[in-house]
Design a binder for this molecule. Sequence first.
Ligand code: UDP
Ligand code: MG
Length: 308
Amino acid sequence: MLISIIIPVFNESENLPFLHNRLISTLKKISHPYELIYINDGSSDSSFVVLKELLIPEMKIIDFSRNFGKEAALSAGLVHAFGDVVIPIDADLQHPPELIEEMVYVHLKGWDVVFASRIDRKNDGFLRGKLTNYFYKINDSMTEHPLPLNSGDFRLMSRKVVDAINSLPEKNRFMKGIYSWVGFKTVNISYEVAPRLKGATSFTLMSLYKLAINGLFNFTTLPLKIWTYIGLSVASFSFLYSILILIKTLVFGVDTPGYASTIIAVLFMGGIQLIGIGVLGEYISLIFTETKQRPAYIIREFINNNND
Ligand code: UDP
Ligand code: MG
């Protein structure tokens, strides 16, 4: 059984040697053959140089032409992994490599996916933790593919699962949604997430917001459909209200004042329509990027010491 580890790397030069050593000592203990696939996602520090210094026969380096984002890096790793099981792991040692041993052990009991869920989010900071929880709640109420709370990308997937993910043609890849969409027999083990070893997270609240919007709109059409219902209820309400006004005018005559109610109705309807147009815009932009058929990433250099 070949174990593939895929590691997205963006400015992690200080963490890489530690990660590498801990991965190798864990994998040696498990005593299955393994390969390490590092994806250098356009780092601006010396990560690529450090990776080349760490080169061993079990290792591949995929060097992107620029920063394409973690989701693209993971997709590239999944495509180039040959393993019977594949495990993505963060390079900053927030995901303890030692857990891989337990993942493999659980997988051998017959589970296709073993995902590691973090016990809490205390290392994420208060605001980020709160907002992330809201995202999971909204996601679960809107899509048919709930995302397990507190799950990250740290998980073991069998070959069948990886093939299924690789067969999805979409370029816009929200990996958490994709993992959940493909399904398979999944089990959960928990771990305590460690603080980042060195450096700072590259995800700002804005980039997380984009990721969340991307995740939602890619996996649910509810925001599109809900406008039918909102439109129907606003229209029926207006219909009843206009009958009321008509009768009132017929019975009590014309009564000119009404600026407040008119302006409120106009503003309210204007706001509702703008939201509706915004939602259409989100989906059109997804269709637009998808129809361009651009690859999710471009590889500048592929280093494979093994020549297979
Ligand atoms: N990463 C990446 N491309 C990016 C941003 C991050 O490949 O554009 C990698 C990063 O090197 C790390 C993992 O994704 O291995 C998680 O990133 P980070 O620790 O910044 O995110 P957080 O743990 O805060 O969610
Ligand atoms: Mg991190």
